[in-house]
Design a protein around this ligand. Sequence first.
Ligand code: GSH
Length: 221
Amino acid sequence: MKLYSLPLSPYAARVRGSIYAKGLAVEIVAPPADWRTSPEYRAINPLVRIPVLLLDDGTVIAESSVIVEYLEDAHPRVSLRPDTAEGLARVRLITQVADLYVMQPMMPLFYMFDGKQKDEAAIATQIGKLKEGLNHLEAMLLKGEYAFPGQLTSADVWLTPVRFSLDGLMSFAKLPRLLDDHQAVAAYAETAKKDAALGRVWDEMTEGLAEMMAARAIRAA
Ligand SMILES: N[C@@H](CCC(=O)N[C@@H](CS)C(=O)NCC(=O)O)C(=O)O
């Protein structure tokens, strides 16, 4: 199997977390530099997104959530799924809440804080939406535990890049107090860093961020 991945992509990071946790032999490669416009990359993944997984028989699987579920179905020996239907529902709910109500309101904030002319009213509305999502996530997490306490699950491989991105936003947008009312979400960073697979993803994202900021500084000079 081969995964097209970028170190800082939260979606690719989610899949790498699953691969590392399951101990799978997957070749992890960067896409071509011109992947957004390259006909060759479009032929591989018509969605023109990162990540995408290529199976040895040529099958292509796109979309991080679909890839993670595929890996669960095809490689269940190390399972990231709880044993009970109720546990699984909980894992799926946390994954969905982190995606729809935290990641989705968070991503536009990076662009909103990036411009010279900041729309303060729009930023305040967007932060309000993000905090609402954080409230929901906070209510679902137990401080110092995996998403599903006692077991590493597919919710954690998504929570890790989401939590990393929150750190990125706090630093980029100078919002150091963003998580003051969300202590379980805040503490999740340590839970992720302590786990071998999630910690590896965290480190890769840290390196990816450092590279991106260095490239940005060169462009700005
Ligand atoms: N829903 C997709 C989202 C993937 C995605 O948007 N990845 C970003 C990279 S982080 C991307 O490919 N963006 C398109 C672009 O940058 O042109 C998934 O879960 O895999």
